[in-house]
Design a protein around this ligand. Structure first.
Ligand SMILES: [Fe+2]
Ligand SMILES: [Fe+2]
Length: 139
């Protein structure tokens, strides 16, 4: 499959930062995830081997799982009332493939990296920030 990387106008995500939540450890994990997504973009741009892309995606999936576990631990320890919806959002995300394939107007198949980054950015705004607000107020 040829590699088309659908992304926003920026050539690199390196200098993007996700919205800060207020808990340093979580913000660092979000930044590490973004760094790995950026690395994935570089690999795809450079025409990396299928196996290498697969390994990177597996590594990224494991990072997401560790990060989600950390958030789940914090939510349960604090009796967070919206735990179920937040946890479910994590589970649904992990059930799908991290990198969706997509076909452009010329019919060429590629990877939609922007969708992955957008998911994470939206998730942080919609779920992580309210969670952190609660955790900070109840710690
Ligand atoms: Fe998060
Ligand atoms: Fe989350």
């Amino acid at each position: 499959m040829s590699v088309i990387i659908l992304s926003n106008k920026k050539l690199s995500y390196k200098w993007l930062r996700f919205a800060v939540t207020g808990i340093e450890a979580l913000d660092q994990q979000h930044q590490d995830l973004l760094d790995q997504m950026n690395r994935l973009k570089e690999m795809l741009s450079a025409g990396a081997e299928h196996d290498d892309v697969g390994n990177k995606l597996q590594e990224l999936r494991e990072m997401f799982m560790r990060h989600f576990d950390d958030e789940a631990r914090r939510m349960t320890a604090c009796g967070y009332p919206d735990f179920t919806a937040h946890h479910e959002a994590h589970q649904i995300f992990l059930e799908g493939s991290l990198l969706k394939t997509i076909t452009d107007i010329q019919g060429q198949e590629g990877y939609d990296l922007a969708a992955l980054i957008d998911w994470e950015a939206n998730h942080i705004s919609r779920f992580d920030r309210p969670m952190v607000e609660f955790l900070l107020a109840h710690s």
